[in-house]
Ligand binder design. Structure first.
Ligand SMILES: CC(=O)N[C@H]1[C@@H](OP(=O)(O)OP(=O)(O)OC[C@H]2O[C@@H](n3ccc(=O)[nH]c3=O)[C@H](O)[C@@H]2O)O[C@H](CO)[C@@H](O)[C@@H]1O[C@H](C)C(=O)N[C@@H](C)C(=O)N[C@H](CCC(=O)O)C(=O)O
Ligand SMILES: Nc1ncnc2c1ncn2[C@@H]1O[C@H](COP(=O)(O)OP(=O)(O)OP(=O)(O)O)[C@@H](O)[C@H]1O
Ligand SMILES: N[C@H](CCC[C@H](N)C(=O)O)C(=O)O
Ligand SMILES: [Mg+2]
Length: 483
């Protein structure tokens, strides 16, 4: 595609060189540049992409999209200067990849918790309804059956558009994706056309990056502010910030709730370890999920399917067949008659909800033993709060390591323990080695008890000093149960 076509939707402040040149690829990382590519220089949190313009040209870049013109320009290379490359990159990428989001119906999910669950359930549901679908999620990306490993919740703008283009090529009619607050703030989703947006809930997370709760909230809100008039915005009326999210959107707003008047409503009729009986919009349905928060997730899925034109009765039939998402309230049964539940809860709010869901089913019979840690080099403020939440709703707590990254695991554990008083400490032991922590919990548990192994869910690694070592909570439990 010619450069002039790629930049048709962006407003350059200056162009040096010809825009008739043929572009064979777009990159934001100089290390990926090949002959004939357009290199976009981004000012990042660690380094400035402008420093790599020379390297990109050495590797064959035919054109550069930048904010600051380099002191020396090279003949034969075209320079397109814009006010903000962050604003321009999405437009350039999506045009280069043939505007894939306009060729399928794209639905984005944002909020602190529940994004993966909702996006994955929508993907599973729409496939069962007979459509070809794609999924972009924290756990894994999918183009129909093909699995493409995910490094991020929301890929960078180049990878994102490349994947959407591959979905179009594969004949997908729908794509469901998670929109993380980082991705929205960094405009990774710039230039995409959404058919709909879903808001789940908002509680504290990622304050290391966004600094204040208000910035974090506004990052999420920006997604809804950017939706077109043709789209729908489905929001959680039970969340304090549910209506804030959609107050400036042009999209058609719909609400869902388990507690009040809303466009889509549900209540729990019955709850047991195998699942729940729900009433959704006046119809009864049995689902294979537990926990009140999953009622909200299922309502968001239901509302979205209805807004996408599906018949409510068909949606509920498929909903009754859906199963829990990998690492989300994922049970492993022990031969001794207790159950271990692997869950990705890595925020105080998620821990609170997961433990509540476990208690709803346990109903006072059996003890709850929680094994949890917190990730290194991420939001430190949540650590003491997570420990408090675990203690509040468990009989015993084992504080352990999550992904220490570049921190000393014991420092992270100490930050968690700092949230507890002497009385609370009586319930707690700390074991830095996660495998040992899980093994100890299994030694403590007896028939009828529940062990919650929280924080890592589907992750099959432990990230220590930049190296990902194989580690899988579910696998560790299965090994312990075999011996
Ligand atoms: C803090 C953060 O979000 N960083 C993301 C951001 O990188 P950055 O702005 O820090 O980039 P940088 O390292 O400063 O580099 C600046 C520019 O120079 C370029 N560069 C750099 C080196 C070089 O040799 N050549 C070169 O061209 C880089 O490609 C980049 O374009 O933009 C990159 C491209 O999109 C992301 O890969 C990167 O994600 C980092 C690795 C990350 O860990 N992000 C996490 C926090 C994240 O995004 N998480 C959310 C989920 C959160 C949730 O649970 O809700 C996610 O969506 O996954
Ligand atoms: N609607 C919800 N409200 C509160 N907690 C939830 C909800 N849905 C799921 N959870 C809890 O949050 C954890 C993460 O869920 P999920 O992976 O669906 O969220 P996410 O928004 O994709 O998270 P991430 O930002 O890490 O990608 C689950 O393991 C569960 O403990
Ligand atoms: N998407 C989340 C993942 C956290 C998972 C937890 N296991 C950790 O390592 O902190 C984040 O980027 O903060
Ligand atoms: Mg996710």
């Amino acid at each position: 595609m010619e450069l002039k076509e790629i930049i048709k939707n962006i407003r350059p402040v200056n162009i040096t060189g010809s825009t008739d040149v043929e572009i064979t690829g777009v990159d934001i990382d100089s290390r990926r540049v090949g002959a004939g590519h357009l290199f976009v220089a981004m000012k990042g949190t660690q380094t400035d992409g402008h420093a790599y313009i020379g390297k990109a040209i050495d590797q064959g870049a035919a054109a550069i999209l930048c904010e600051d013109m380099p002191e020396e320009t090279k003949d034969g290379v075209t320079y397109v200067q814009v006010k903000s490359t962050e604003d321009a990159v999405g437009e350039a990428a999506t045009t280069f990849y043939g505007d894939p989001s306009r060729k399928l119906r794209l639905v984005g999910v944002t909020g602190t918790n529940g994004k993966t669950t909702i996006a994955t359930l929508l993907y599973n549901m729409f496939r069962k309804l007979g459509y070809k679908c794609g999924l972009l999620s924290t756990v894994c990306n999918y183009i129909e059956d093909e699995q493409i490993p995910a490094d991020h919740t929301t890929p960078d703008p180049i990878e994102l558009n490349r994947l959407l283009a591959r979905m179009v090529e594969a004949g997908c009619q729908y794509a469901f994706m998670e929109c993380s607050s980082h991705a929205i703030a960094q405009k990774r989703i710039g230039g995409l056309k959404f058919a709909g947006g879903i808001f789940t809930n908002l509680t504290r997370d990622h304050l290391d990056y966004h600094k204040t709760f208000e910035n974090y909230r506004d990052a999420k809100k920006a997604f809804f502010d950017g939706l077109p008039k043709s789209a729908f915005a489905i929001t959680n009326a039970d969340d304090k910030n549910g209506m804030v999210m959609v107050q400036n959107t042009k999209a058609t707003v719909k609400t869902y709730s388990t507690q009040r008047m809303a466009d889509f409503r549900a209540k729990i009729l019955e709850c047991h370890f195998g699942g729940m009986y729900l009433e959704i919009d006046g119809r009864e349905v049995g689902v294979q999920f537990i926990g009140k928060f999953n009622v909200s997730n299922l309502l968001a899925v239901y509302g979205t399917a209805v807004m996408l034109g599906e018949k409510p009765e068909d949606v509920l039939v498929v909903m009754s067949t859906l199963k829990s998402v990998s690492g989300r309230l994922d049970p492993v049964h022990s031969p001794e008659g207790y159950v271990a539940i692997v869950d990705y809860a890595h925020t105080p709010d998620a821990l609170e909800n997961v433990l509540k869901a476990i208690h709803e089913v346990l109903n006072g019979k059996g003890h709850v033993i929680t094994v949890c840690g917190a990730g290194g080099n991420r939001d430190k403020g949540k650590r003491p709060l997570m420990a408090q939440e675990a203690v509040r709703q468990s009989d015993k707590v084992i504080i352990t390591s999550d992904n220490p990254r570049f921190e000393d695991p014991q420092d992270i554990i100490n930050d968690m323990l700092a949230g507890l008083n002497a009385q609370q400490m009586k319930k707690v032991i700390s074991i830095a080695d996660r495998r040992e922590a899980i093994r100890t919990a299994c030694m403590m548990a007896t028939k009828g008890d529940v062990i919650l192994v929280a924080g890592k869910g589907h992750e099959n690694y432990q990230e220590i000093k930049g190296v990902k070592h194989h580690f899988d909570d579910k696998e560790v439990l299965q090994e312990i149960f075999k011996n």
